[in-house]
Every structure is written in C-alpha cells, then in structure tokens.
Design a protein around this ligand. Structure first.
Ligand code: ADP
Ligand code: ZN
Length: 735
C-alpha cells in the first residue's frame, strides 16, 4: 500500500519495526511490518491492548521482544510519510522542551479523521429552500453555516458548531433547508502565482528583498532578523521571500500571532499571488484542518498561514518559515507542551535546510543579541513606507496634570482627542486591562472580592454583568452585598478597565462612536475581524483597546494614540518588564498615522523620567537594547544564561511543598553543571483552579547542558499522583 516509497526503503512483511504512537508510553514499540511491507515514517494503525491507535513508523525494530510475539501493524494509512527531518525535529523538540515524544507526535497529528479513507464524502451547504417550519435550533444551524462563510461542512461538524443534535441537521436536510453535496476529500489548494507583480518596492525594500530571496535560493539553513518600524513594508518584503520559495516549487509557512491579523493578511496574499493560502488556527473547520494537514504532507499547499501550532504540520518540503511579530508573547505556548514557536521554528528550519525570517519592529532581546553576535543575519528597513514618519511621541506627566477623580483621561489627552473628533479623525485609547474594573472592594470591611478557586481578584465585567476570574475563567454574578461582611450596597469598583474607560468616553463625548476592542468581547474570531475591518473603514471615532489592538492592524484614519497608563507594565519584578513595555508602547504608537496623515502618541505616566519611557520617547532603540543586554549579561540572565522553571501544583499545599523541598535537597545534578537553584517558593499566583502552585527556578551558565541536568534531577523524585510537575525551559512568564 505504501505507494511512492522507494522499494529499498521498505521493511518487508513480518520484519519488526518500531512504531511511535501518541499514547503516553514514552518510547516506540515494536510491531511486525504488515503485508506489502512498510517504510520509515509511514502513518499506521496499530493494536494497543484492545484498541487501535495511530502511529508513525519510527525506525527498525528495537529487538526488545522476540519477533514471534509481536503483533502486526493493522494497516498502513494513505498519507504522506513523516520524512526523516520531521521525525528528527519532533525528537529534538521533545528533548529541548523535556516533553515526552508521544506528546510531540500528538502536536504533529492534530487533525481529525487521519485514519479515514480519502474517498468522497457528504457535506452540507446552504442555499436550499427556507424550511416551512423554522425553529430556534434550525435557525442556529443556518447561522453557524453562515458564520463560516458558507463553506461546506460535515453534518456532525455543523451540528457541533451550532450546538444542536444531529437530528436537527438531518431534519433540516429533509426539509430542504440544507443541500447535500458529494465533496471530494482533501483537494489541493489553488496554486499561488509568484510571477504576478508585487508592489513596486522602494530601494530600501528592494535591497532587503534581494537579500532574503538569495537566502531562500541558497537552499541551506539560516535565520534573518527583518527589523523595521511598523509600516516600513516588512510584510511586502518577506512576501518576496515567499515568492522565491514558490518559484522553487517548495513550501512556505508564515506564523502570525493573532487570528485577528489573518483577514488582512489573507487579502494581501491573494492580491500578491492571486489565490489564498492554507489557513491553520483554532477558527478553521475540522474539514479544513484535515485537508490542510494532508496537503502539507503531499505538497498540495504552497503557503500556509497559521498560529504557532502550524509549525508541527508535516510539510513535505518546507523552505521558509516567517515568524511575523516575532517578539509576540503568544508564540510561547503556556499550557500542555510548553514550547516557544519562534525557537522551534529555528530548530525545524535548521533540520530541513530552510530559512527563517523573524520580522519585528521590536524584536525580543534574545533575537537582537543573536543578530549582534552574527548568529542571525539582520536586515533593516529604516523608513516608513509613504511620507509619514513614526508618530511624534510625548509623555504626559500625570503628577502635573492629573485627570479628575474617578476619571482616567487627563486634560491634555482629552484635549487631543477632542481635536481629532473635530477633524473627523480617529483616536485610540490604549489600556491593557479587560473588563470594567480590576478590583471590587467592600467599602464597609475593606475586603476585595476574590476567586474561590484561585489566589486572584475577580474582575468586574459590566457587559456580562458578572465578576470574572482572569486565571481560571470562573464567573459569578455581581453581588449586591459583600460576601465577607454581608453589608449591602457598599461594593465599589476600583481602577479602570476598558469598559469603564468606555463609560467615561461616552459621557465626555456623547456624540462620538466608540468601539471597545478586547478579546473577551467577541464571540468569534470572525466577529473580531469584522469589527477591525469596520473600524478601519471609519466605523468608529474613538477606539478603546487592550493589547489586541497593538498587533499590526491598519487603521488609516487613526492619528492619535493615547496610552492611559504607561506605567502599568513597569510594575512587578518580571525579567522582561522593561522589554515588554518598550515593545508594547512602540507597537501601539505605531498604529497612529499610517496613511497620509501625521500621527501622534501620548503616554500618560507618573514617572516620565523612567529609563524605559525615556528610551521609548527618544526613539534610540539600539541604545535601549544595548543597555538591556548589558544588564542581563551582568546578572547572567537570558540570553546570557539559561533558565528552567519547575511548576509543581496540587490540591494539597503540604504535599506540593514537600515535593519542592525534596527537589531542593537533591540538587546535585544541577550543581554539577554549575547551575543555581532558587526556591521552592509559592508562585506569584499561589493557587489556580484550587491547585496550590510552587515554583523552582534553575539558572545555568549559557553553554551548560541544562536539559539533561534537569531531566536527571527530576528523575530522582517520585511525583505523587495528585501533583503535577511541569518543566518550562526558557520561561517567559513567571506567574
Ligand atoms: P509592516 O509589515 O512593516 O508593518 P507593511 O508591509 O504592512 O509594513 O506595509 C505597510 C503599508 O504600506 C501596507 O499597507 C503596505 O501595503 C504599504 N506598502 C509598503 N510598501 C509598499 C510599496 N513599496 N508600495 C506600495 N505600498 C506599500
Ligand atoms: Zn479563578
């Protein structure tokens, strides 16, 4: 069955082969090759106990078991085999992140129905007769179909999306409201045409594009930092590298941090190459996921645009990975397998002779240092495309002119907003806090309302009329009486969230159309995309947003960015506080004045002389990075040293601390490599979802074999069943 494999790569029927499954067994198990033989990397189904599970032929049998006692591979699936570079990548990624290999394979096989035959199947589309009897449930089904842009959906998938039973969907088909079509499975994606003309590039852009085209054409591994202010044309330029990849008949992957970006991006790809790329993110239907997974493997897709997990698609011939907004924190997966997609992109590329482009206006310090040291190449776009320079940036000293009590927009910022309204331009007020108010306090007893399951305050969300825990998502209705002392009517909201800011704005500028952009206010990514487009077309006068507005969306009418609280990110002791604030402020400011009008950015602050704010205002970026690098180097922190965090969690606080204590006593494998151990200490958020959390931090010299030392260290202890031990290599957050 395994067509397409050279015959000399086949293990004949009956020979032992090692098969890695996604089951948590730790290592590949031996099976006998089936009738017709099987080759390395083949996707197979194998018996495991009473079940049949998906697996990948990982290599020749290990010989652990006598051949006669091995069970045979049930069947070889009709899918492109996992080539050696992909298998190597999964192995190396597992080693790097200290993740069991089966969990890595799970990331690489996250598509439905991989074991299904590739024949045609029944899908449903709309456009039938409106059914004679319209019920709520039927209405939901039709709506769900429409929400997905009318793309054909499998019946089960449609029912799940609409939240109805299968009978409703079947009834709607019978009533003629849905039409059944025979759809071939897994069609290749329309070819992108690299020969179509792109935008005429400026000299600066053309030089950058030339360098990147040459890198792709070299056919060897390399990473390039593509640095340029927002609006300098980084996307235009890296699309040229994509074009070069397509010309060579190879595959490219563009990783984007936010789904909100893709609408804009897909349109640009279509304009440049005449067709849409494959899409991979949580908003994509199961049908499309399966199709894309298979087409990545067979070469039936030239360009994939996706979220971080797209990195684990089984690309047949990946030549280019672009990590756009490479500094974005969403590239770090913070639960399940803890990996950083940026670093894994570099690893994957290095194993397949591919090129990586890390694009950013404000690269992370690690990347900046790698470019300084020559480990990465660096290409700069220094000018913004078009006549506008970066917005003029100013600090507004809140000590000198504070807002009125209970208000957050100070007099100067308020005046500037008023001017924009009068001129018919847009203003953006940036506040990185979801909800109405971060704290709800009882004025009678002083208690703040907290989450029952977490060591965190509940955040009032007035649109939802509920209190929400931002750690675990638990919600409860806003009480009228204090849960601690029982006194009625004394609960008060403290501090601003975007909803409260919206209230102030509506009060102050009643005639203005206000849009609040916050990740929790949109049911679907699609709704959020539509709102972005609407605003870009002038559908709002004042935009109030959390950090989702910082990420690359174009608002051509926007000429003012006001940062409500520029000090917010500088509080706390996070290693990356300075870097993050610098990035966020620069990105947000970059939203202003992208079309033909000059932009202005105003940062409200109580500490206008803070070095980070000074660096932001002065625009002397290189100086900021150099200073930040020197500081990290002096204390041996990344990227000049290495960190690994251990997070222990469990329902019983003593049990969790006991394990932490035992780890601390057995730190010999760490000291052997010159590493230091800090902790155990309660995590900053010491309880989440009822589980107590304890952290340990390992700090090692740069060249030290951190992973193997950590593996040896934790292997010494027995982790009780109720306790979870998670290892976070290169931790980004310390909550
Ligand atoms: P970045 O990715 O650096 O933020 P973009 O590539 O998105 O920059 O470019 C910003 C805007 O300027 C986009 O609307 C883009 O289409 C436009 N642009 C950039 N370069 C050119 C060019 N050479 N010709 C025409 N438009 C351009
Ligand atoms: Zn909670």
């Amino acid at each position: 069955m395994a067509e397409g494999l050279p015959i000399d790569e086949l293990w004949p029927a009956g020979t032992p082969v090692a098969v890695l499954t996604t089951e948590p067994l730790g290592r590949p198990l031996d099976y006998r090759a089936p009738e017709g033989g099987v080759g390395p990397g083949a996707l197979v189904e194998v018996p495991l106990g009473p079940r049949r599970v998906l697996g990948v032929v990982w290599g020749p049998g290990t010989g652990d078991f006598p051949v006669e006692r091995l069970r045979p591979v049930t069947r070889v699936l009709e899918a492109a085999p996992f080539a050696e570079p992909l298998r190597n990548f999964l192995t190396r990624a597992a080693d790097y992140t200290l993740t069991p290999l089966p969990a890595m394979l799970r990331l690489a096989t996250r598509a439905p129905g991989l074991a299904d035959p590739p024949g045609p199947r029944k899908l449903l589309i709309g456009g039938g007769q409106p059914p004679a009897r319209m019920t709520d449930a039927r209405q939901r089904v039709l709506q769900a179909l429409e929400d997905f842009g009318g793309a054909p959906l499998a019946p089960g998938e449609l029912a799940a999306l609409a939240g109805v039973g299968g009978a409703v969907v079947r009834g709607l088909v019978a009533a003629g409201g849905l039409v059944e079509i025979d759809a071939p499975r897994d069609l290749p994606y329309p070819a992108l045409d690299p020969a179509r003309a792109g935008k005429p590039l400026t000299a600066d852009q053309e030089a950058a594009a030339q360098t990147l085209r040459a890198s792709v054409a070299s056919g060897v591994y390399g990473t390039t930092l593509l640095k340029g202010v927002t609006g300098s044309g980084k996307t235009e330029v890296y699309l040229e590298a994509v074009a070069e990849t397509l010309r060579a008949g190879r595959q490219a992957l563009v990783l984007l941090p936010e789904i909100a970006l893709t609408a804009d991006f897909l349109a640009r790809v279509e304009e440049r190459f005449g067709a849409r790329p494959g899409e991979w993110h949580s908003g994509v239907t199961q049908t499309e996921r399966r199709r894309l997974w298979r087409m990545a493997g067979s070469g039936g897709v030239g360009l994939v645009v996706g979220a971080r997990s797209a990195l684990f698609l089984p690309f047949r011939d990946l030549a280019l990975i672009v990590v756009d907004e490479e500094h974005d924190t969403s590239y770090k997966q913070e639960d399940g397998v803890l990996y950083n997609a940026r670093d894994m992109a570099v690893l994957r590329a290095s194993l397949t002779d591919a090129q990586v482009i890390l694009a950013s206006a404000t690269p992370c310090l690690e990347t900046w240092v790698n470019a300084e040291s020559g480990k990465y190449a660096r290409v700069d776009l220094t000018a913004r495309f078009g006549p506008q320079d970066l917005p003029e940036m100013r600090a507004l000293d809140l000590r000198a002119s504070p807002p009125e009590a209970g208000r957050w927009v100070g007099p100067e910022l308020g005046h500037a907003v008023g001017e924009r309204l009068a001129r018919g331009e847009q203003a953006l007020l940036f506040l990185n806090r979801r909800g109405y108010a971060p704290v709800t306090v009882c004025r009678a007893c002083g208690q703040q309302i907290g989450c029952d399951q977490c060591d965190a305050r509940m955040v009032e969300h007035r649109f939802l009329k509920r209190l929400v825990c931002h750690q675990c998502g638990a919600t409860k209705p806003l009480p009228t009486a204090c849960p601690s002392c029982g006194v009625e009517g004394r609960l008060a909201a403290v501090g601003p969230g975007v909803e409260r800011l919206a209230e102030e704005v509506a009060h102050r500028w009643p005639e203005a159309r206000v849009a609040v952009l916050s990740s929790d206010l949109f049911g679907s990514a699609r709704a959020l995309k539509e709102r972005f487009t609407d605003i870009a077309n002038g559908g709002a006068d004042i935009i109030i947003g959390t950090q989702i507005v910082a990420k690359g969306h174009n608002f051509p009418l926007l000429t003012l960015v006001g940062v409500i609280d520029a000090d917010l990110g500088l509080q706390g002791s996070d290693l990356r506080a300075a870097e993050r604030t610098f990035q966020l402020m620069r990105q947000v400011a970059g939203r202003a004045g992208r079309a033909d009008r000059a932009g202005q950015a105003m940062l409200q602050t109580f500490q206008p002389d803070h070095p980070v704010l000074q660096a932001i205002l002065s625009g002397e970026e290189e100086r900021f990075w150099r200073a930040e690098a020197a500081e990290r180097q002096a204390i041996g922190m990344p990227p000049f040293g290495r960190l690994a965090a251990i997070i222990l969690s469990g329902p019983d606080v003593a049990q969790v601390f006991d394990l932490g204590g035992e780890l601390a006593r057995r730190a010999a494998p760490l000291t052997a490599i010159g590493a230091q151990l800090f902790g155990p200490a309660p995590a900053p958020i010491a309880r989440v979802r009822g589980r107590h959390r304890v952290r340990l931090l390992v700090k090692a010299p740069k060249g030290a074999p951190l992973q193997s030392a950590v593996a040896a260290w934790i292997a010494q202890v027995r982790v009780p069943a109720a306790v979870r031990l998670a290892v976070d290599i290169d931790p980004q957050s310390f909550y």
